[in-house]
Design a binder for this molecule. Structure first.
Ligand SMILES: [Fe+2]
Ligand SMILES: [Fe+2]
Length: 387
């Protein structure tokens, strides 16, 4: 997919990824509030032996269990499951009506529904699944499980439905901040579009190179698929601070004076300031994706021997994601024509990467890049900028 800052799909995907992560951060807060409500439910309905809450992701049509009062069928924070694997959730999502099963072992559905089958194995005899909605939007599923068959009679269900509305309000409040974050990312897109700080094809190529290196390095560095995917998404933001650099310097055809160079280099702290403001405004401290985004912005000009800027960091003081983005960015810059130099061929640029390996650039990351030479040449060829 095109990584251009002007591409609507890019920002949609970026916002969806960050909001998925942000929603897990806010889940802790949801959990506390659900625990309070659980006490209220248990006081009035002692036959309710377990309460679970699963968050619904409308984009992926998946559910993820985020709270369970006592053990869980789906472990909290378990990987999201498509609703197609949980027929009861699927039916409730479609009908938007609660579904009650008062005789679990006797139900034929238990054989086809892994959720009911697990409840049965764990000794539960009745369960009630309530859709949690707010303004017509499905937010998740509240599950009440009982070891007593026939627990959920109509009057009990009515009362539990009232409590479920409260849960809807709690979840909705928590998710509101995530929506604000998405809105702010869209705004950033509009700024980037107005300023045209980088060509789209540079960002497409460099993020594809970064993706290749990250993929090769992930296993070696003990990082998961998340790391690879997030780096592909965040690599194009490395120079977002350039929105604060005056046009006269940003687009100057000739070499920059030392004073102009200083202003240009300030794009790094400016970008960091933007990232930090985002973190503050949306209370996102500790979020993996935001840390990764900040590192990409803050350290993409650092070099292994300490000759980079702004921190003159050396070696592994530079986060892995920043070392990868630095290589991807330099590789593409070499193959681009500038007023002071011709465009290098991809072969020449890769040879230069090899010669800088271990001194300026991370040796393992360069080796990962060179191991995928054919793929890198393909990327360069297919995303070549028209002359
Ligand atoms: Fe930069
Ligand atoms: Fe760049």
């Amino acid at each position: 997919m095109a990584q251009s800052l002007c591409n609507e799909d890019y920002w949609t995907e970026l916002a969806a990824t960050v909001s998925r992560q942000a929603s897990s951060l806010h889940i802790d807060s949801v959990r506390h509030k659900l625990a309070d409500l659980r006490q209220r439910i248990e006081a009035r309905h002692p036959h309710v032996d377990r309460i679970e809450f699963a968050l619904y992701d409308p984009g992926m049509h998946t559910a993820r269990n985020v709270f369970a009062s006592q053990g869980s069928v789906l472990a909290p924070d378990a990987t999201s499951r498509p609703l197609s694997q949980w027929p009861m959730f699927e039916r409730v999502a479609r009908s938007r009506h609660p579904m009650v099963v008062n005789d679990i072992p006797g139900r034929r559905e238990a054989a086809d529904d892994p959720h009911l089958a697990l409840l049965s194995v764990q000794g539960f005899r009745a369960c009630l699944c309530i859709p949690i909605e707010q303004d017509g939007r499905l937010l998740g599923f509240l599950l009440l499980d009982s070891r007593t068959a026939g627990s959920f009679l109509p009057d009990v269900i009515d009362e539990l439905l009232l409590l479920s509305h409260l849960i809807g309000v709690v979840v909705r409040q928590e998710l509101a901040s995530v929506e604000m974050l998405v809105g702010s990312l869209r705004l950033a897109r509009q700024f980037a579009h107005l300023r045209d700080i980088e060509t789209g094809s540079h960002l497409d190529r460099m993020s594809s190179y970064a993706h290749v290196i990250a993929r090769e390095m992930a296993v070696k560095a003990g990082r998961g698929d998340d790391f690879v995917e997030l780096l592909r998404l965040f690599a194009p933001l490395h120079d977002i601070g350039k929105v604060g650099v005056p046009d006269g310097i940003l687009h100057k055809p000739g070499a920059l004076t030392p004073e102009e160079r200083e202003v240009m280099n300030a794009h790094v702290p400016l970008g960091v300031e933007m990232a930090d403001r985002l973190v503050r405004d949306f209370d996102l401290q500790g979020l993996q994706s935001v840390t990764l985004m900040r590192n990409v912005i803050a350290h993409h000009h650092e070099l292994m021997d300490g000759s980079g800027y702004p921190g003159h960091l050396t070696g592994t003081q530079i986060p892995l994601e920043s070392r990868i983005v630095a290589i991807a960015d330099i590789l593409d810059a070499l193959t681009c024509k500038r007023s002071y130099k011709r465009a290098w061929t991809i072969g020449e640029a890769l040879d230069e990467m090899d010669s800088l390996s271990g001194s300026k650039l991370d040796g393992d990351c360069v080796a990962a890049l060179l191991a995928c030479r054919a793929e890198v040449e393909d990327i360069h060829q297919s995303l070549h900028e028209p002359a």
